[in-house]
Design a protein around this ligand. Structure first.
Ligand code: FPP
Ligand code: MG
Length: 372
């Protein structure tokens, strides 16, 4: 079978899964969700639970490759969890911007194209993480050994590329040139976000604008693409498309700020990653920037720990973390994340109330309060 035929057969498998699962639509109960905590992802996902299940099915069973070794690697990668926050936001953005059936019946229901959009958003995310672990020389992700650690950097680069290729096939099946352009831009943004982060390694310059810009590039751009491309496919007016893009950018910045916070405040057991790895690797994020801008003794001590690379050692890192905590770096970073969360919520004001809109708002709360 030729490469292109294989790709199509893989997508046909996914289409079959979509069609068969569609037959069970409506048969799912929500009773199990009532036993969950007030704000958890299962509950937030409820308006798009069925579609999210199809996305999961696609990622865990339909990403086949003719090499059993690669196929196994792909299934292990997607079976190892992940919050699936990007597909969730993609589906919720698509659902919040559906047309009124009385006005435009063709765009009044979630369709296969929205599932593919959500799948491709997660594929790009996963590919970028596989590459990111090479850049960061990371040994664990989601509590599991990274591909670079288990095999080699070369293998991880190629597996990441393979995932980008799978995402391109999805993109071609959406058949919308505007969406192709948005995701093309996202790939560039991911790279330039990482490049600017790399150029700021161990930098003591307090530049919040540069920090936010690189967070948009490496994280918010992809989340924003997922959030607003459904509205493009739904042929919605520019005001709605822009609102969802603004939502995605702001919730994405908020997500990255909280990620940077968790690097200091969380535990390996919760995040599946070593604590303090940003600082150890010279990535100076908001909690440290708030200390460095103080220009007092705390700022001087933290600067020295970074300048002399003592943060690369356990003792120096522990001291840096203690300074950040004592100097209010955590509280200020929480407030910064909340600012972007508020902007994300404000962007949704153009939409009438709906379950999907409520869940988009709940996603912000989830992002702000998540512990892993
Ligand atoms: C994780 O950040 C990394 C990202 C969000 C994006 C990484 C992007 C690339 C490596 C470029 C991708 C390449 C192409 C070809 C588009 P983090 O290190 O802050 O988070 P972590 O703690 O989960 O590792
Ligand atoms: Mg990383």
């Amino acid at each position: 079978m030729h490469r292109e035929e294989r790709a199509i057969s893989c997508h046909n498998l996914a289409l079959n899964a979509w069609q068969s699962l569609c037959q069970f639509r409506g048969s799912m109960t929500t009773a199990d969700a009532t036993h969950q905590p007030v704000l958890d992802l299962t509950q937030i996902s409820r308006p798009v639970a069925h579609e999210l299940k199809l996305v999961e099915e696609w990622l865990t069973t339909n990403l086949i490759d003719e090499s059993p070794f690669v196929g196994e690697l792909l299934s292990q990668l997607f079976a190892s969890g992940g919050k699936r926050i990007r597909p969730l936001i993609t589906l919720l953005g698509s659902a919040a911007s559906l047309s009124d059936p009385a006005v435009d019946k063709a765009h009044s229901k979630l369709a296969r194209v929205h599932i593919i959009l959500a799948v491709l958003t997660e594929l790009i995310h996963s590919a970028s993480l596989v590459h990111d672990d090479v850049i960061d020389a990371a040994s664990t992700r989601r509590g599991k050994e990274t591909v670079n650690r288990r095999f080699s950097d070369k293998m991880a680069v190629l597996l990441g590329d393979l995932l980008f290729a799978q995402a391109s096939i999805c993109l071609s099946r959406i058949m919308n040139p505007v969406v192709v352009g948005v995701y093309g831009q996202v790939l560039g943004d991911l790279c330039s976000g990482e490049i600017s982060q790399m150029r700021q390694h161990f930098s003591l310059k307090v530049d919040f604008d540069a920090y936010i810009q690189k967070s948009i590039g490496k994280t918010a751009s992809l989340i924003a693409a997922g959030a607003h491309c459904g509205a493009i496919l739904n042929a919605r007016p520019d005001s709605e498309i822009k609102a969802l893009k603004d939502y995605g950018i702001n919730v994405g910045i908020c997500f990255q700020i909280v990620d940077d916070l968790l690097d200091i405040t969380s535990s390996t057991a919760k995040t599946g990653k070593p604590v303090g790895s940003d600082l150890r690797g010279g990535v100076i994020t908001a909690p440290a920037l708030y200390i460095l801008e103080r220009e007092d003794d705390m700022a001087k001590e933290l600067s020295e720990l970074i300048r002399t690379r003592q943060v690369e050692n356990d003792e120096g890192l522990a001291r840096a973390v203690a300074i950040i905590k004592a100097g209010g770096g955590i509280t200020k970073t929480e407030a910064l994340a909340k600012e972007y969360g508020d902007k994300a919520q404000a962007a949704l004001s153009v939409f009438a109330d709906s379950d999907a809109k409520k869940s988009l708002i709940d996603v912000i709360q989830y992002v702000l309060t998540r512990v892993s």
